[in-house]
Design a protein around this ligand. Structure first.
Ligand code: MG
Length: 242
């Protein structure tokens, strides 16, 4: 652990259920429902949901070799709903500005999130919001605000959104893209996240050690380097000693 601290140059934080209490199983259906209502006079709900699902699957298959996730989304989504991106874009932008904020009620801040982010900036570390890049930047910035760590106060080195990434967490390419952006070696980074598969195992597959936000036991550690596990308070306790 001490060695890890000496070489630490970048902190990567997952967002949902890591810096902010927000269960994706609950949030995504409500989010899709709200979006469906927003465009109901243009697109039948079943058609919109089907298009969102197909576009999401297409993004999840994006492996870093080609277009951005947003480009992959657009190529599937717009033909599927029968409107052009130019026609729908302003409507979606209004949705994120006016309706998306209501989803805040589904989430809850975590007290230590802000302390951790402040600590990382105070130490001069690069700080990355490593959230699965399926969402537009606006939807991520709002959740950061709900988490008490807004972009208005914290100048993050990188926030992975669907506009700037070429893979999702389903692929090691996601973490390679972050490392390349930071100009860092994997062992200089620490990934903090709640998903064993996406945040811990996938990061470990490119050599990035992880702190697993969980109250569970590790499924099968194998060769995975786990710096620790527990809640954010536990991580905060450990880091603040240095
Ligand atoms: Mg998460």
């Amino acid at each position: 652990m001490d060695r890890q601290q000496d070489t630490l140059r970048a902190m990567l934080f997952d967002l949902d259920d890591t810096l902010l209490v927000n269960s994706m199983e609950r949030f995504v259906p409500m989010y899709f429902q709200a979006l469906t209502r927003w465009v109901a006079d243009l697109i039948p709900p079943e058609r919109l949901i089907a298009a969102l699902m197909r576009a999401s699957y297409a993004m999840d298959a994006n492996d870093g070799s080609g277009p951005t996730n947003a480009e992959v989304f657009a190529a599937v989504f717009y033909p599927e709903v029968g409107y052009s991106q130019e026609e729908l874009q302003p409507i979606f932008e209004r949705f994120y500005a006016e309706e998306f904020p209501r989803l805040r009620a589904l989430t809850r801040p975590i007290p230590e999130a802000r302390s951790l982010v402040e600590w990382a900036f105070g130490r001069g570390l690069q700080v990355v919001i490593a959230t699965n890049p399926l969402f537009p930047r606006s939807a991520i910035e709002q959740r950061l605000e709900w988490a008490g760590v807004p972009v208005s106060e914290f100048d993050y080195t990188l926030i992975t959104s669907y506009e700037n990434m070429h893979a999702t967490k389903a692929h090691p390419a996601y973490y390679r893209e972050i490392l390349a952006y930071l100009g860092r070696q994997p062992e200089e980074c620490l990934m903090v996240g709640d998903s064993w598969e996406w945040d811990i195992a996938q990061a470990a597959s490119v050599g990035i050690p992880g702190y697993w936000v969980t109250d569970q036991n590790a499924p099968n550690l194998g060769s995975i380097t786990l710096v620790g596990k527990g809640d954010l308070a536990g991580l905060w306790e450990w880091l603040r000693k240095y």
